[in-house]
Ligand binder design. Structure first.
Ligand SMILES: [Zn+2]
Length: 72
């Protein structure tokens, strides 16, 4: 895991909405809207998905290493 990945991750949902969630969870059932990779990123709070951009890690954060959910 790089420092860069952490920084990017903190900026998810940047803008006026601050998303409060427990963790990112990989979704292997839905392929990325942009590149077709799995898993896609979801944010979970209290066991429920509260945020699912429909994008895989690299498309969400712009770094190839984010394809691995372990980096989220
Ligand atoms: Zn993608």
């Amino acid at each position: 895991m790089s420092k860069g990945a952490k920084k990017q991750r903190e900026r998810i949902g940047a803008g006026e909405d601050v998303i409060d969630f427990d963790s990112f969870e990989p979704d292997y059932e839905h392929a990325c809207d942009t590149c077709g990779e799995t898993p896609t990123v979801t944010a979970v709070k209290d066991g429920e998905v509260i945020y699912s951009p429909g994008l895989c890690g690299p498309c969400c954060w712009g770094m190839a290493e984010c394809l691995d959910p372990a980096t989220w």
